[in-house]
Design a protein around this ligand. Structure first.
Ligand code: FES
Length: 784
């Protein structure tokens, strides 16, 4: 792309072209014509920021915008790296006015004594972390749970006000006011002055992130000045009653303990910033989410029918269309972002909404997929030491709002309208959201329990993988051997199911028994219509398999989760050896099919006690011919592992699934083979429950978040991280699945999972936070 000399000439190109050419930058000058045209106040950006910068994400992920005077960064990895390093990339400009105001507006602000200080959002180290640590307790899930009844009551009352009207602007009639009341309640502010605060907080957004016209600037400055003064007055009122509940009162009490950390001007600034942060972002995020869900009616229907999908739907909405489109950072040293040299003093606009659509991190990123298993990786809340402290309050509110809407107004639709946004670079949500419905169809007119019924508390924090299930219909249930039931599961509406690769499993929920069990997919991945599993009626079953055998018949509906894959086939292997024992044939048969398709040399050893109990023998023989070796002990044929694995061979991988004894024997037989030759699938954990009398407490330092946490003897690392609002995904929570993995920077790990291989354990760079701990109570340092 040709440089844009015109743009460069307008402002003087700030680029060190010599350094750039040394780094082989793609365009010579990063100010391409598209970069020169970039305008975050234009309708294109306002309507859909990630789409507006798609070209950048795909071709010029770091570019200089002469109109804005900022470097713009649009890819996930670059933005996460910037968040991770808050020393080289200072947040100090996060609240700076993006469009400098004129002298008249500045004089107005001065007249109100406006002196907004640094807050948690824009403060550098070393001041930031001590303050953050001092003020974070009220944000822990445990404390936030106390606010849920208020959120529910408000949501219910506001819906009451318009439910019989058949039409509402959700923004004006609910979504602005409820999060504001919750924010005020959380802060400990009396509820009076709500209208004024609302008006002022909008002005504050325009003042900071927007481009008010010169004639608007003075009016905005008056509103911001009034906001500042009102915040000060309310704070004084709170000082009269410092024992009251509320984050500000907590801050006032902390001020007594550490006056040099929690200062007067800090509290005043936090009061104002806190109202904006807790209120506006949540209101916008909910409006964006409802709009997005109603624009996808089949998804809306799904969450109406199955509210357990709401927590992950919230994350996916925050990813797909969150309320924070971009943040700002200031480079404090000469550095590189995505291979582009950036000089100290450069300003950066990091477009988090674009990162959330980065195909390199989120597969099929433009698709709204409420079952996406990494949805909560989004950067809408930021990451690292400056990530949003109130994220779990926002998540809780959004879940409650969606629960109320889907339950009481499942027939709600978007009214025809065009959407407008307050023009600014960062905070984003429609100014109005008109929805309509037929009040005669309100479910509560037929059944009062729809309004009155009990609601279970929402899960506060990142959603669990366990929450994401989908319905399937049992198309066929046929015996595959003695005691083995072969199930073919299809989507109820006959549509395609998610793609999967050999080694994947699904979790089947066993009706209302509360049990769920993992079963490997054993069919053909090319068959997008169905998942196939085989279930052994095991006398030692913990209940799941017995339930399937006793209850499941063709035509039934089941709920499943997944597929997930923790047993991936290395398609680059030169030779593959598969070993299956009994029902362990299921993942292995999908792998062997793949080896055959790829033309990789392979052998499949299938062991069992008696032929009648071994599933799929005929089909396997037909497909694999002499690659298949059957070892039936009743017939006197046993697999001799020592002979099979006598001579190590470079490039060979051994994949095995079966009883624990067989897997242990394989491990022993493979010790003289290259590291990681053997890959095994475990379905049962050997972990017992945590015994606090035998465990040691330890400390964990979180490098990216700037925190050090104690992990008690009666607590897992995962639980300690969650309690401190650190998001870590999890699924099985028994060391089997690998989803709770964290990166270890330092410290000896006592690995207790079934996921990592021997050499991965020895390398000590990864650990499963649901079960593994520090050795001997020593300290661990994690990249979190
Ligand atoms: Fe599955 Fe930790 S959550 S290994």
């Amino acid at each position: 792309v040709a440089p844009s000399p015109a743009a460069a000439a307008r402002r003087g190109c700030p680029i060190d072209h010599a350094a750039l050419s040394a780094h082989k930058a793609p365009t010579g000058c990063p100010v391409s014509h598209r970069a020169a045209d970039f305008d975050p106040f234009s309708d294109g950006y306002q309507q859909n920021p990630p789409d507006y910068v798609r070209w950048s994400r795909e071709q010029e992920p770091v570019f200089y915008s002469p109109q804005l005077g900022y470097w713009v960064v649009t890819r996930f990895d670059d933005i996460k790296a910037i968040f991770r390093d808050n020393i080289s990339f200072s947040p100090s400009i996060a609240l700076e006015k993006i469009t400098p105001t004129g002298p008249e507006a500045n004089a107005v602000l001065a007249q109100y004594g406006f002196a907004l200080n640094r807050t948690l959002v824009n403060e550098d180290e070393p001041a930031h972390m001590p303050r953050r640590r001092a003020l974070m307790d009220p944000f822990t899930p445990e404390h936030l749970a106390h606010h849920e009844p208020l959120v529910r009551r408000l949501a219910r009352e506001y819906v009451d006000r318009f439910i019989d009207d058949g039409r509402a602007d959700l923004v004006d009639q609910m979504l602005w006011e409820v999060p504001l009341t919750v924010a005020l309640h959380f802060l400990g502010v009396p509820e009076e002055d709500m209208d004024k605060l609302r008006e002022y907080s909008i002005a504050h957004t325009v003042n900071t992130w927007g481009r008010p016209k010169p004639e608007e600037q003075v009016a905005v400055a008056h509103a911001v000045g009034n906001f500042w003064q009102l915040a000060g007055k309310v704070l004084e009122k709170m000082r009269q009653n410092p024992e009251a509940d509320g984050w500000m009162q907590y801050g006032i009490r902390k001020q007594k303990e550490m006056p040099e950390v929690v200062t007067d001007s800090y509290l005043h600034s936090m009061m104002m910033a806190g109202i904006v942060a807790a209120h506006e972002t949540t209101a916008n995020a909910t409006a964006n989410a409802v709009k997005l869900l109603l624009q996808h009616p089949h998804v809306w229907r799904e969450i109406c029918e199955d509210p357990s999908l709401i927590p992950n739907a919230v994350e996916e909405c925050l990813r797909h269309n969150g309320s924070v489109a971009a943040w700002r950072r200031l480079a404090t040293v000469d550095c590189e972002v995505g291979g582009v040299p950036i000089l100290a003093g450069s300003k950066l606009l990091i477009v988090t909404s674009s990162a959330n659509h980065d195909e390199g991190h989120f597969a099929d990123a433009d698709l709204l997929d409420i079952r996406r298993d990494n949805a909560s990786d989004h950067l809408t809340f930021g990451y690292g030491s400056h990530q949003c402290m109130g994220k779990n309050l926002a998540r809780m509110e959004m879940q409650v709002f969606l629960e109320e809407f889907t339950r009481r107004l499942p027939h709600m639709k978007l009214a025809p309208q065009s959407f407008s946004y307050v023009p600014n670079t960062s905070f984003r949500g429609p100014e109005h959201l008109w929805v309509e419905w037929d009040p005669a169809q309100n479910p509560e007119r037929r059944d009062a329990a729809v309004r009155e019924g009990e609601r279970s508390p929402v899960r506060i924090g990142e959603p669990s993988g366990h929450a994401i299930s989908r319905p399937v219909r049992v198309e066929a249930a046929t015996p595959a051997a003695d005691g083995v039931l072969h199930l073919r599961l299809v989507a109820p509406d006959g549509t395609s199911l998610p793609r999967w690769a050999p080694g994947s499993h699904i979790d089947v929920e066993c009706g209302d028994s509360g049990l769920s069990r993992q079963y490997s997919l054993c069919g053909d991945p090319a068959d997008a219509r169905a998942f196939e599993i085989a279930v052994l009626d095991d006398p030692d079953s913990r209940g799941g398999s017995a339930w399937v055998h006793a209850n499941v018949k063709p035509g039934d509906r089941l709920r499943i989760r997944g597929p997930r894959n923790h047993f991936r086939l290395d398609e680059g292997a030169q030779r593959l050896v598969f070993v299956a024992g009994g029902i362990g044939i299921t993942p292995v048969m999908a792998m062997a099919r793949r080896a055959r398709e790829m033309g990789t040399p392979y052998e499949l050893h299938y062991c069992g006690r008696k032929r009648e109990g071994m599933a799929f023998i005929d089909a396997l023989q037909a497909l694999h011919g002499e690659h298949l070796k059957l070892h039936v002990s009743e017939e006197g044929s046993r697999l001799d592992l020592q002979t099979l694995l006598a001579t190590p061979q470079e490039g060979t991988q051994v994949y095995a699934c079966g009883p624990l004894r067989m897997l242990q024997a394989l491990e022993a037989a493979c010790v003289h083979w290259p590291e990681d030759t053997l890959r095994v699938e475990h379905f049962e954990s050997t972990l017992g429950t945590l015994d606090p009398s035998k465990e040691q407490a330890f400390e964990v330092e979180l490098k990216d978040s700037g925190l050090t946490l104690p992990v008690r003897a009666d607590q897992t690392l995962l639980a300690a991280l969650r309690a401190a609002n650190i998001d870590v995904q999890s699924d099985c929570e028994e060391g089997l699945c690998g989803s709770c993995e964290v990166r270890v920077l330092q410290g000896p790990v006592d690995h207790r999972d079934m996921v990592l291989t021997r050499s991965e354990r020895e390398a000590g760079q990864r650990m499963m936070s649901c079960c593994s701990r520090a050795c001997g109570g020593q300290k661990l340092v994690l990249a979190l």
